[in-house]
Design a protein around this ligand. Structure first.
Ligand SMILES: Cc1cc2nc3c(=O)[nH]c(=O)nc-3n(C[C@H](O)[C@H](O)[C@H](O)COP(=O)(O)OP(=O)(O)OC[C@H]3O[C@@H](n4cnc5c(N)ncnc54)[C@H](O)[C@@H]3O)c2cc1C
Length: 417
């Protein structure tokens, strides 16, 4: 595969800060929509932060119609990106199964299925026999319901990011890596440039796709936004009999777990009941956000999965992936122009959907720049947090709660899960 050639930082009409899934998806989408003179500035390597750690699960069954539609449009992109660009995202349409082990969960699945169908998504409840046929490696005797989405699957996140980047590069976007934006220049209510080390660069439009650092970047322009990093991790085992790349993606919300095959091994992660967040005020530009594997948490995931997949118990752990995906206090994306400061546009707070939803989110960023965005896209505007009347500690607690409630019952009031 051809690498993305790296360029020097330069003056550019559009500067996208962050070379993760969101920054590269935005570069691809904007360059395809007629924007010219775009550069992506990345402090490390492309996909080197949160995106490269993601599990790559792409689920379209969501609590709201808008989120289903966003996920559907993303899947459509992953299915066609190779044909469209010549670069693969390693998309595998394995289908996904969501398993209920509690009666209350079945009602939630029925509501999810109705929402999915209203968004044109094909979903079905599997009979016990069909479930056993699709997932022979599982003991599904405790399953009360199994919701099947045949068009779900997973990508390899780094492949997806590189596919966006290579395709954007072919359209003239330049990529500067190992270049940290340390300042934003503002004059007469508009962004006029960015500072990268000693270099001052002129630019009219800054897209803030800085992932868990997006709050720190906005603060460079005096804008307070509640972008809260919350730790997330999963493990991948050595080969386990019965697991292979075609196995459907599994979600077992009653156990707060997800799993899929990674090659011949099991990939398993989950949502902790007591997450670990960072104080967004203390996340500094360029700061390394290191995470050590938390073996208590990871072995809790394995113990949970063992009820369905006993073979996980004896399997050695091959790798642990981890990072700090960014959450917002209301569990909704923060996307669109910052009111009162021309030229600063947010593409942040992905609430752990930033890989799966990157294609649709980038479309939302594009739409937010156009004259008449849809009510849904308008509702994602950073405006809802500006000027700051909220409290940092409360915002941090709420964002952590969004993480913890990812699979909780009853569904949280968050309308955008
Ligand atoms: C363990 C784990 C599992 C996950 N699983 C999934 C999953 O299955 N599906 C899913 O959709 N999501 C998943 N996520 C969440 C997903 O990874 C994120 O939502 C997504 O990566 C966010 O993409 P991003 O581009 O916003 O952030 P990032 O990938 O973090 O990219 C932001 C980039 O900005 C750069 N940057 C920051 N500040 C500056 C600066 N000042 N100057 C220059 N560059 C800067 C950073 O170096 C970084 O590369 C998972 C996350 C983790 C940690």
């Amino acid at each position: 595969m051809r690498e993305v050639p790296v360029a020097e930082v330069r003056d550019a009409e559009v500067t996208i800060v962050g070379g993760g899934a969101i920054g590269c998806a935005v570069a691809y989408v904007l360059s395809g929509a007629g924007y010219r003179d775009i550069q992506v500035v990345e402090q490390g390597e492309l996909a080197g932060a949160t995106s490269g750690q993601a599990a790559g699960l792409v689920g379209q069954v969501r609590a709201t119609r808008e989120r289903c539609l966003l996920a559907r449009s993303s899947v459509a992109m992953y299915s066609r990106i190779e044909q469209e660009t010549g670069y693969t995202a390693d998309w595998r349409q394995t289908g996904s199964v969501r398993i209920a082990t509690r009666a209350e969960r079945v009602a939630e699945f029925q509501a999810l299925a109705a929402t999915a169908r209203s968004a044109g998504l094909e979903v079905d409840f599997l009979s016990p026999a069909r479930l056993a046929e699709l997932c022979p490696m599982l003991d599904t005797t405790g399953a009360l319901a199994a919701l099947w989405c045949p068009t779900d699957g997973y990508v390899q996140p780094t492949s997806l990011v590189m596919a966006y980047a290579r395709a954007a590069r072919d359209r003239g976007v330049t990529f500067a890596t190992h270049a940290t934006v340390t300042g934003l220049s503002v004059a007469r209510g508009a962004v006029t440039g960015v500072r990268i080390g000693q270099r001052a660069v002129s630019t009219d439009l800054v897209i803030n796709a800085a992932g868990p650092w997006a709050g720190a970047l906005a603060r460079l322009a005096g804008v307070d936004l509640p972008v809260v990093p919350v730790r997330h991790e999963y493990f991948v085992t050595e080969p386990v009999t019965g697991w292979h790349a075609g196995v459907p993606v599994l979600r077992i919300p009653d156990l707060r777990l997800y799993a899929r095959a990674e090659g011949p091994g099991i990939l398993c992660g989950g949502w902790e009941p007591d997450g670990l967040s960072l104080d967004p005020r203390e996340v500094a530009i360029g700061q390394e956000l290191a995470v050590s594997p938390d073996w208590d948490v990871l072995s809790g995931f394995a113990a949970g999965l063992a009820g369905l997949a006993p073979a996980v118990t004896g399997a050695g752990v091959r790798a642990v992936f981890r990072g700090f995906p960014a959450f917002s206090p209301d569990g909704r994306f923060i996307v669109g122009p910052v009111p009162g400061l021309r030229g600063l546009v947010m593409a942040a707070a992905c609430n752990a959907h930033g890989v799966s939803g990157s294609a649709g989110l980038a479309q939302h960023v594009l739409e937010s720049l156009q004259p008449d965005p849809s009510p849904y896209v308008r509702s994602l505007s950073p405006q809802r947090f500006l000027p700051r009347t909220w409290d940092w500690q409360i915002a941090r607690d709420q964002a952590k709660q969004v993480y913890q409630d990812y699979y909780s019952l009853p569904p949280p009031s968050t309308p955008d899960r």
